[in-house]
Design a protein around this ligand. Structure first.
Ligand SMILES: CC(C)(COP(=O)(O)OP(=O)(O)OC[C@H]1O[C@@H](n2cnc3c(N)ncnc32)[C@H](O)[C@@H]1OP(=O)(O)O)[C@@H](O)C(=O)NCCC(=O)NCCS
Length: 191
C-alpha cells in the first residue's frame, strides 16, 4: 500500500481533500462532482442500501451527497473507492469527540465478496493511525450486516457492544453493532 499526498512537502492534513491512497487494486481519492453517475449506480441500488444508513438515493440526493463531500468545509475524510478508473464505492472516516474517528463504507453490489472493502478499510485505518491525537477508530453496522462486521474485524476492529435503538434510519429505530480499535496516545495499535 502506498499513501500519496499532492502537498507532500508538509505532514498530511487530516482534512486534506487532495489526499490519494493507493492499494494493490484500488485508488482511494477525493470525490468529484463528475462522479455522479458512478456513485448513483450503487447509491440508488435498494439491495446496497438495505443495510446502509442512506438511500436508495434519488439523482438529486446523489448530487447533494457529492456537493457535501466536495465542500471544503467538510470535516470528514470522504474518499471515492475507484477500480480501473471507475468509482465503485465509498469510504469515510468521520472525526468525533476526543480523537475518535468513525469509519463507513459501501461497495457496488457486483463487486461484493472480493475483498475490496477490506482493502480500502485497511488502507484508511492505516492512514487514520498516522493522524495526531487519534484515540479510537470505530465503525458500526446493523446486526443483519455480517459482511460489514467482517470488514471491521479484518481491518483490525473488535466487537464492543450492541447499541439498542441507535439510529433512526428511514423512519425506523435500528440497533447497531459497535466495533472499535483503541489507539495509544502516540499513535499505532497497542501491543
Ligand atoms: C459491507 C460491504 C461494503 C462489504 O464490501 P465487500 O467488498 O463485499 O467486503 P469484503 O469482500 O472485503 O469482505 C466481506 C466479508 O464478509 C463476508 N460475508 C459476506 N456476506 C456474508 C454473510 N451473509 N455472512 C457472513 N459473512 C459474510 C465475506 O465472506 C467476506 O469475508 P471473508 O473475506 O472472511 O470471506 C458491502 O457488502 C456493501 O456495500 N454493503 C451495503 C452497504 C453497507 O452495508 N455498508 C456498510 C454499512 S455499516
Amino acid at each position: 500500500m502506498e499513501v500519496l499526498f499532492h502537498a507532500d512537502a508538509l505532514p498530511p492534513d487530516p482534512y486534506d481533500v487532495s489526499m490519494i491512497i493507493e492499494t494493490d487494486r484500488l485508488v482511494l481519492r477525493p470525490y468529484s462532482t463528475s462522479d455522479a453517475e458512478d456513485v448513483h449506480a450503487y447509491g440508488s441500488d435498494p439491495e446496497v442500501c438495505r443495510t446502509a444508513d442512506f438511500g436508495p438515493n434519488t439523482w438529486e440526493e446523489t448530487v447533494a451527497f457529492l456537493a457535501s463531500v466536495t465542500d471544503p468545509a467538510n470535516s470528514a475524510i470522504d474518499l471515492a473507492i475507484t477500480l480501473a478508473g471507475r468509482v465503485v464505492g465509498g469510504i469515510s472516516a468521520r472525526p468525533g469527540d476526543e480523537g475518535r474517528y468513525e469509519l463507513g463504507w459501501v461497495m457496488r453490489r457486483d463487486l461484493w465478496d472480493q475483498g475490496y472493502a477490506t482493502e480500502a478499510a485497511r488502507a484508511l485505518v492505516a492512514h487514520v493511525l498516522t493522524l495526531d491525537g487519534v484515540t479510537t477508530i470505530s465503525a458500526r453496522c446493523r446486526p443483519d450486516n455480517p459482511a460489514s462486521a467482517r470488514v471491521m474485524e479484518k481491518a483490525g476492529l473488535r466487537f464492543v457492544t450492541r447499541i439498542e435503538r441507535d439510529r433512526e434510519v428511514r423512519g425506523e429505530w435500528v440497533d447497531s453493532l459497535l466495533y472499535e480499535m483503541d489507539v495509544n496516545p502516540v499513535g499505532g495499535v497497542p501491543a
